[in-house]
Design a binder for this molecule. Sequence first.
Ligand code: GDP
Ligand code: FE
Ligand code: FE
Ligand code: FE
Length: 195
Amino acid sequence: IEYQEHFFPGTRQELLNKLKQSVKEKRYRHILGVEQTAISLAEINQVDLEKASVAGLVHDYAKERTTAEFKAAIQQYQLDSDLLNWGNFIWHGVVGAEIIRDELKITDPEILNAVRRHTVGAVKMTKLDKLIYVADFIEPSRDFPDVEFARSLAFADLDQAVRFETKHTLEYLVNSSQTIYPPAIDTYNQWVVKK
Ligand code: GDP
Ligand code: FE
Ligand code: FE
Ligand code: FE
């Protein structure tokens, strides 16, 4: 895919070079897998392929920043100070979006929202949000017992894949006695609870 719409001010290869400098090899491979999966899902869900590519490539751009860097960024970008009570798992999306805007000069609000929402989802999600959330879960290097089921669901029904992923993630967090970020419960109530 060759970039034409300038969601990133440069070529795809230039973006790849920046990513390679920002994350370790294993995460770089995960990022490429998310991009390819997001493009495939975009094709069948009428989403702009270049937006899917850029969002997939940048979604974990800030993942390897330190706690000190994230805390400084929360101050610098004047984000909600409640974020200080959480950790990397939420910062790399929500604070990461600001870092991406600043450092990579990506300003498209849909791309930045997809990054913000990729870890815990949201009550209201755009098609781009859904396909990055799901691609992150099913990309080729992911390996867990239900991943093949999640993959087939994703290509059959994107909303059902969001539902399955949300339920699976919440079950995992509860079963391993981890803190649940309250917005993740809102996502669960919207997508998983039977109406
Ligand atoms: P990754 O960045 O590609 O590894 O994937 P994600 O951004 O989807 O998730 C990052 C991490 O956050 C994973 O280990 C999730 O299990 C974890 N996570 C997601 N939601 C929550 C939550 O509500 N609470 C906690 N403690 N961890 C969460
Ligand atoms: Fe992530
Ligand atoms: Fe995820
Ligand atoms: Fe990821």
